[in-house]
Design a protein around this ligand. Structure first.
Ligand SMILES: NCc1[nH]cc(CCC(=O)O)c1CC(=O)O
Length: 304
């Protein structure tokens, strides 16, 4: 056995679960033991809405610890990473993705369509709020924060009729059995890179970059590349909620769907593109250009 690798992780149950999964994989492929090092982020200390804190808040403390060499690598939920690359760091592996879809956990086993008029759904994500609003149902959404356990408890306690969460997160916590409906991407397109993990280390740590590459899953890497190129291109031209899902077939074809939806749900643009795996990045950029050409930048304007 070589030296112990230090894997930096947030302390939440979800972060610990996904870090432990990757730690086990790393030990399996490299033979090196991995030690989990808990890092507290500003996002964990604050109770402010995530939108106010900014997406990078959970990530920057881990990146600081990497650059300060306090840890050797970190595991992020890929969808929480800012699109700008981090100086001096590399995403050495994108392991095989879990189910990328969103899931509904509702009282009494209800599906979305079965929720009665006046039902209250907990979700703080603008992308989810916008897509629920676009369905035109007589339901309302309320912001919700806290860990997965806290969110599920609000349904069990009767405080909320339902919550929408990433199925991958529920599965990693062993709570997928509580899902009452997996939401079809035709209704609820997930966040770019949802369900995927990013394994990050210092780019100068070439031995580790190479070792971690053994965990990389080619189809997942391509799907995430297409979805994130789509997001990055749209971010420059439009700040409405963005959703995307790329599916890769056995013969290396990519089917990328993307959407931009106004928060009030009144305007939704949805398009798709297909292509080959090697062109993942280009497909993402081209799909974003299609949406911008259709007026994606006006979608947010209409909600303001
Ligand atoms: N926004 C928070 C977040 N970041 C990653 C996950 C778990 C699922 C994943 O890895 O995509 C979640 C919870 C959720 O959206 O329900």
């Amino acid at each position: 056995m070589g030296t112990k690798l230090r894997l930096g992780t947030r302390g939440s149950a979800l972060a610990m679960a996904q870090s432990q999964t990757v730690a086990d994989l790393v030990t399996e492929v490299t033979g090196q033991p991995v030690e989990l090092v808990e890092i507290t982020t500003a996002g964990d200390r604050s109770t402010a809405p995530v939108q106010q804190l900014g997406v990078g808040v959970f990530v920057s403390a881990l990146r600081d610890a990497l650059l300060a060499k306090e840890i050797d690598f970190a595991v992020h939920s890929y969808k929480d990473l800012p699109t700008a690359p981090a100086d001096g760091l590399a995403i050495a592996a994108v392991p095989e993705r879990a189910d990328p879809r969103d899931a509904l956990v509702a009282r009494d086993g209800l599906t979305l369509a079965e929720l009665p008029a006046g039902a209250v759904i907990g979700t703080g994500a603008l992308r989810r709020i916008a897509q629920i609003a676009a369905l035109g149902m007589p339901v309302t959404t309320v912001p919700i924060r806290g860990n997965v356990d806290t969110r599920l408890r609000k349904v069990a306690d009767g405080e909320l009729d339902a919550v929408v969460l990433a199925r991958a997160g529920l599965a990693r916590l062993g709570r997928a059995g509580e899902v009452t409906e997996i939401l079809d991407p035709m209704l609820m397109l997930p966040a770019p890179a949802q369900g995927a993990l990013a394994v990050e280390c210092r780019s100068a740590d070439t031995d580790l970059v190479e070792a971690l590459a053994a965990l990389d899953h080619r189809a997942t890497r391509a799907a995430v590349t297409a979805e994130r190129a789509f997001l990055a291109t749209l971010e420059a031209g439009c700040s409405a909620p963005v959703a995307a899902l790329a599916e890769v077939t056995e013969d290396d074809e990519i089917y990328l769907r993307g959407a931009v939806i106004s928060v009030d749900g009144r305007f939704a643009l949805r398009l798709s593109r297909t292509g080959t795996l090697a062109d993942a990045e280009e497909i993402g950029r081209a799909l974003a250009a299609d949406l911008l050409e259709d007026g994606a930048e006006n979608v947010l304007g209409s909600a303001e």
